[in-house]
Design a protein around this ligand. Structure first.
Ligand code: ZN
Length: 312
């Protein structure tokens, strides 16, 4: 076996180990995991000679072969999916002594999409190994790390030029103004034609506006705080609480905003630590244990994925 194939096989082994760990988590056995399983198994069985795949080889059922099927959609996004798992693969590789993990991209030639798999070298500076976690600290495991779509990144960067500022002005000035006008219009209705229905709608509207403005305010401050919790309503149901983190990435001109889903094992009990917004000091993102959220609390440092126990 030449070294390229060896790297690929090692990366595929790391993928299977990763799946084994994921299987213990809630919401595991997803379609994406099944694709990964097939890909890793095929690579290992072929001693690394097979490294590109088409959807037909991955799916068994005829139904999944339809070009518009959900399965095909997932296949077409599989490069991005692997990318969103990169940090998690890296962690599993470091803990289990693998030097490579899987990456890939889906190319779209004239007729069929091809998934090309490759091996990436582990970055030992990105994650602290399990046995090297400093005393009194927890290590957060990244479940998924996705860069936001480009237009959303633009909206949240305030130093990206005229177009961005124009968009921001629209969002932060025009939208609230329109909402206020709409409320006044409804308030007039409530005054001149009072009815239980109208008053209920009016109160509901006020509440929605309050939440919306509060959210806009938090987004505005992401720029200087670099971190915020993604509202529950925008978090996929199978995912733990998710943070938006703005940070510099090598070779990128602007900071990138990542949505990071993460959890850690509690230091004090067998509970799991999830992210949340600290209710004592607003906007601070901390980790709290699901068994005792008010006492087992930790910081969350997104620069090294470590957290230390909070005393207060
Ligand atoms: Zn705990």
């Amino acid at each position: 076996m030449d070294s390229d194939k060896q790297r690929l096989v090692e990366a595929a082994r790391c993928g299977l180990k990763w799946l084994e760990i994921q299987a213990k988590r809630k919401g595991a056995s997803q379609r994406k995991h099944k694709i990964l399983d097939k890909v890793c198994t095929a690579i290992i069985n072929s001693d690394g000679t097979v490294s590109s795949f088409i959807a037909k080889e991955i799916y068994d059922s005829e139904k999944d072969h339809d070009s518009g099927s959900q399965a095909n959609k997932i296949f077409s996004e599989f490069g991005d999916i692997l990318e969103s798992w990169a940090e998690s693969f890296n962690e599993v590789a470091i803990d289990n002594g693998f030097k490579f993990y899987l990456t890939g991209k889906v190319s779209k030639p004239e007729t069929v999409r091809v998934l090309e798999i490759d091996a990436l070298e582990v970055d030992s500076t990105a994650t602290v190994a399990k046995d090297k976690i400093p005393k009194g600290h927890i290590r957060y495991s990244i479940w998924e790390r996705k860069a936001l779509p480009r237009w959303q990144q633009r909206l949240l960067h305030r130093d990206m030029g005229l177009g961005t500022n124009f968009l921001l002005t629209t969002l932060f000035l025009v939208a609230p103004t329109a909402i206020v006008l709409f409320t006044v219009y409804f308030a007039l209705g409530v005054i001149y034609q009072p009815s239980v229905w109208l008053i209920s709608v009016f109160i509901g509207l006020l509440w929605t506006e309050f939440l919306f403005l509060k959210w806009l305010n938090e987004i505005w401050h992401l720029y200087d705080r670099k971190i915020m919790i993604l509202p529950m309503i925008l978090t996929p149901p199978e995912q733990p609480p998710t943070a938006l983190v703005m940070r510099r990435v090598k070779d990128k001109r602007w900071p990138v905003i990542h949505a990071i889903a993460t959890s850690a094992d509690c230091l004090f009990c067998d509970g799991t630590v999830y992210l949340r917004e600290d209710t004592h000091s607003r906007y601070r993102v901390i980790g709290a244990c699901n068994r005792h959220p008010t006492e087992h609390r930790f910081t969350f440092d997104h620069t090294n994925n470590l957290g230390r126990a909070l005393e207060d």
